[in-house]
Design a protein around this ligand. Structure first.
Ligand SMILES: [Zn+2]
Length: 387
């Protein structure tokens, strides 16, 4: 399902908006238009000003646009540093809670990862500082109040964005910076485990702060209050730490293993012109649920799985052929040589949300590799190597 749309390009990087971003966009407009500055020590909304509805919502709309741009600048800062290290940036997507730069092959070098990670918070910090200076100047000049409040709010937002991103927990930038620092002395895997543990401890502290006294509401209102957003954020950080650790462990375990080690070679191809009934019989005989599909010359044409046959009524399976239901071969991303690293196969399947790849040599298709094959292989590796 298409959940985001491309809205433009910056430095050649496609900028995408996720549909959840719309919610935050309207939430900002409404919140900014009605927020009462008297509740807070810092005037962060137009609620306390006498304004016509048109003026109120126009300024709020500009606030939402500026919010979008500063978030984008944060992600662009990460991306530009990464591009200088030769990393390809797929796209930048803005979500409900922030942005995400989709990078290919984030460098596994602490010196680079740290610089990529810190660029975002530094950008937000600089923007925040700059906007606060502009606010102070506007205030001294007694400039039009809504504009001054707008500048201040976006400035404070950027400082909060920088602060949150520096939290030492995955997937915040601070988690990556922490791992890069730890990876100077430890292996990448050990550093990830250590950083994930610190992130989990931090999440626990956030839960306690949320149920007792929240420093953010103290800064804003001067009162110690409870803040139930913090436990929610903590759950998110806890899950992200677990996931980062799991993914890193998987890739570290696959280190040095080649596609030919994890691939299956027996009963892995079928001809595109056989009927679906013949296909199901072949699956039963070969005890498999997926095949690479080849033509009469042995050329790879696509993939077929039990899932694609299940949708077809039994009566039609005698007339329909594999070529009618197969997933067409996407050249060259669906195939790898036997000597390619197994981690590359897994990376591609995760990236393209696919479950199967073909292994190709000069002679043609020599086997297939599925996500199941890789997890099965990992399971066996873990069972055979003492911890
Ligand atoms: Zn960031």
């Amino acid at each position: 399902m298409q959940t985001s749309i491309q809205v433009g390009k910056f430095f050649g990087i496609p900028i995408r908006l996720h549909f959840t971003f719309l919610f935050i966009f309207f939430a900002i407009i409404i919140t900014f238009a009605s927020w009462q500055p008297t509740e807070s020590r810092i005037p962060l909304g137009l609620g306390g000003l006498e304004l016509s509805p048109l003026m109120r919502y126009s300024v709020s709309f500009i606030a939402a646009i500026l919010f979008f741009f500063t978030l984008l600048l944060h992600e662009l800062a990460h991306s530009i540093v990464a591009m200088r290290f030769g990393t390809k940036i797929h796209s930048i997507t803005l979500f409900f809670f922030g942005g995400l730069a989709m990078m290919e092959d984030i460098p596994r070098s602490p010196a680079k990862e740290w610089r990529i990670a810190i660029a975002g918070p530094l950008m937000s910090l600089a923007l925040g500082g700059l906007l606060l200076l502009v606010y102070l100047t506007l205030r001294t000049l007694s400039m039009y109040r809504p504009i001054a409040i707008l500048v201040l709010t976006i400035g404070v937002f950027n400082l909060v964005l920088a602060a949150f991103n520096l939290l030492p927990a995955f997937p915040m930038d601070g988690g990556r910076i922490l791992r890069a620092i730890l990876a100077r002395r430890l292996s990448f895997l050990e550093a990830t485990k250590r950083a994930a543990l610190i992130g989990k401890i931090f999440a626990f502290i956030l839960v306690i702060m949320g149920f007792t006294r929240d420093p953010f509401s103290y800064i804003l209102t001067g009162r110690w209050e409870m803040n139930f957003w913090l436990p929610l954020l903590a759950i998110f950080l806890f899950m992200a730490a677990t996931e980062e650790e799991r993914a890193t462990t998987t890739f570290a375990t696959l280190d040095g293993i080649k596609v030919r080690n994890v691939m299956r070679t027996e009963g892995t191809t079928v001809r595109e012109d056989i009927t679906l009934t013949e296909l199901v019989n072949a699956m039963l005989a070969d005890k498999t649920t997926e095949y690479a599909v080849v033509d009469a010359n042995g050329e790879l044409r696509g993939f077929v799985t039990l899932e694609s046959v299940k949708k077809i009524p039994v009566l039609q399976r005698d007339v329909m052929r594999v070529s009618d239901v197969m997933i067409p071969y996407d050249d060259p991303v669906d195939a790898l040589p036997g000597d390619a690293p197994a981690s590359e196969a897994l990376k591609r399947m995760l990236r393209d949300r696919k479950g199967i790849l073909a292994v190709i040599e000069e002679t043609g298709v020599i086997g297939i590799v599925t996500r199941k094959d890789i997890s099965f292989y990992l399971e066996m590796l873990r069972g055979s190597t003492p911890e």
